[in-house]
Design a protein around this ligand. Sequence first.
Ligand code: HEM
Length: 462
Amino acid sequence: MTLPTGSRSPALFQTLSLVADPIAFFDRNSAKYGDTFTARVLGPASPPVVFLGNPEAIQAVFTTLADAFEFGKVTNVFRPLVGNESLIMNEGPRHLRQRQLLMPALHREQLHSQGHLIVDLTKKQTIDWKASDAIAVRQEMSEISLQVILQVVFGLVPGERYERLKQLLSKLLEAITSELYSLQFFFSPLQQNLGDWSPWGQFLQQMAQIDSLIYAEIADRRSHSLDASRTDILSVLMMARDDMGESIGDRELRDQLMTLLLLGHETTGSALTWAFYWLHQFPECLAKLRQELDELGENPDPIALSQSPYLTAVCKEALRIYPIALISQPRKVKRTIELEGYTYQPGTILIPCVYLAHRRAETYENPAEFNPDRFLDRKFSASEFLPFGGGSRSCIGMALSMFEMKLVLATVLTNREFVSNLDRAIRPARRGITFVPPDRFRLTVVGDRSSHIKYPETTTIK
Ligand code: HEM
């Protein structure tokens, strides 16, 4: 058989259905055609696009067949934000070199030294939450994850430059999630600088202000000889050398920082929002988690905390049931290949689909049910559980976001008790490139468990 079966509706109709509601699109098609199906979703003249939910097929695409594909230019929309030197703009040997330089800085052991900082800034952000406050969870989690990026990744110490950059970045990141504003990234003819009041003119002005602050930080670091004891990611990157002994130049440092910010901020904030949402829909899961956390005693060590089995299972289950990124990067077939009984001709697009893999009944019993215990009972393979994608372009922020999720969740839950304002039947809402609980989601503070906690007066970074 050449292609998996799929809808015969007109390509334009399929494209619009996917854009309008991707989750409903995947649910409908997988119910009809199974975990792997063909669609035409790239406009009226779409080539066949095959969504893969089958673990064997996904694994082959990530590994044994990897050289049969090329990546499309889907990341091009981010170019004005992240720049040409960004990891996500490069391919082949240059992409590989950049990953090799970036990945050690984001390695789990490297991040462990930042645990106290994440816990401290979470406590500071939440210290004023008092009884009856209705907490806008997504906004609060977004603020915490922005602070993590600025302090753990950029290595900024709270102060004037920090506040200014935080303010500018929050404004920019909020703007790019608005559908109208983000249109200009998708349609390059809209990218016209018609003065300070034109949308593109404003964007360029904002970027120039942000860039000058980032370059000032880099210049400051360079002017003091690099401190080898600093463990923030910018410092580690500035000290990194590739195989040829070359270090990373200022332009590339700036582009990589913007990349980490863009891909690491909203994603982790959204994943945390889901975890809070699910735990407050299932009080028995929340009680089990609290018990595990309480057993660790007051102010537990962040590394011990991050190794707690049920806390880890809760975070994984939140990432499984509604993955933040529904798909891994699309691959275009370069040469005819055979895969799981199908033949794919050059030009066909294959998309490992995280959502389909995570909702497969053969892999996950009752896949629509929130059940963290499934991660205690069984280990799932990298092609069954893939919230961070896979293959040569898999997420390099996985260790940071898992560590951050666990520390933030545990810190908030050991200090406060909440009730949710939502019932179980919600549909995820689109926000930029992620899907989150709707913005009306609130947790109302109903208890303070923190009277014994000593909050830090200042947060510093080593
Ligand atoms: C819960 C949080 C996160 C989720 C669910 C997530 C998910 C993903 C996914 C699905 C991809 C694409 C993988 C593929 O195409 O197969 C990706 C790529 C990427 N992510 Fe994440 N991510 C998260 C957090 C972060 C963080 C915290 C950072 C950095 C600070 C980060 C940096 C990146 C980068 C740089 C890439 C591109 C890698 C490349 O092109 O080589 N992500 N992420």
